[in-house]
Design a binder for this molecule. Sequence first.
Ligand code: SF4
Ligand code: SF4
Length: 371
Amino acid sequence: MKKLGFGCMRLPLLNGDDPTSVDLDQFCRMVDLFLERGFTYFDTAYMYHQNTSEVFVRKALTERHPRESYALASKLPTMSLKEPEDQPRIFEEQLEKCGVDYFDYYLLHNLNSVNYPIAEKLGSFSFIQEKQKEGKIRHIGFSFHDSAKLLDEILTAHPEVEFVQLQINYLDWEDEGIQSRKCYETAVKHGKKVIVMEPVKGGALARIPKEGEDLLRACHPQWSPASWAVRFAAGLDQVMMVLSGMSSLEQLEDNTSYMQESVSLNPEELTLLDQVTAIIHGAIAVPCTACGYCVEGCPKSIPIPNYFALYNAECQELTKGVNTHRFYYNNYAKSGGRASDCIGCRACERACPQHLEISRLLKDVAAAFED
Ligand code: SF4
Ligand code: SF4
């Protein structure tokens, strides 16, 4: 299978304010071109486009193309589950909405410190294994947005899972909030294949600062900044698929042109991306090195470096308002203290080798992420 997957969460719209107004004509043309060029993987979910993505996938893909010509992935919305009976009901509804008898890939959607306990309590892992035995799912996995430590815990408890879907891109690779590299290495340690989501960080890496784009264009004039980001993710050994949420025929033409062959960046090209990362981080708000010395003595268990990493990303023009920052913040705040829980004891500041005024900076973090 070619490594580019069609993410069906940002489909072209007729009315930009209405996520359910998918431009079906354009979507059909995109699906046809994608398949014509030899790509086969489509990724949807119950919740995408306010629960309508699966229906549009049926209209554009499954009603118009032979079942063996594509692989379809969808996801169980763990965040909406209340009782075990919700699972078979939603699963059957998804098969019907998608117009298929089975899913090639099926994921527990968005496991994190909140949804993982729900999935355990309701037996979601056993449920997808049962469906796999019945032949209604070919491969089982989960998508994940949390720390590498929790990923390790889940993969240790559930060796039956065949793959994981992770947020991976070159800007988040060493980021302490998102932990792309650590999560990838955890998946590799457990021998799991990886599907990448957000390789272009919600479109942010398609619009990098001019200084960074000039560096990349000097090396490969024809490569778009977005293509560098996708190549970075696709070049990782254990990555079996890189999803791109394509919103227009033009984006699809660009992606499918350079993803025809298997792509990976050479050491010089990876060094260039390090330089671009440094440029993007140039105007960093909090120069925290994520050493973690401050964390142990905090009486409120505030995950300080994680919050600073998310805050730094939020402060940059490029990644400002990328909604995953607040999402990750809320995840961390479920298992640790919130930034606003800080009581100003300054134990952390005494431990910080960078002499940061942590208690003051946490007020900025709280203002950015808390209501
Ligand atoms: S000043 Fe705030 S963040 Fe620092 S140790 Fe005390 S409570 Fe924790
Ligand atoms: S001790 Fe200072 S530099 Fe180290 S993680 Fe904490 S805030 Fe960041």
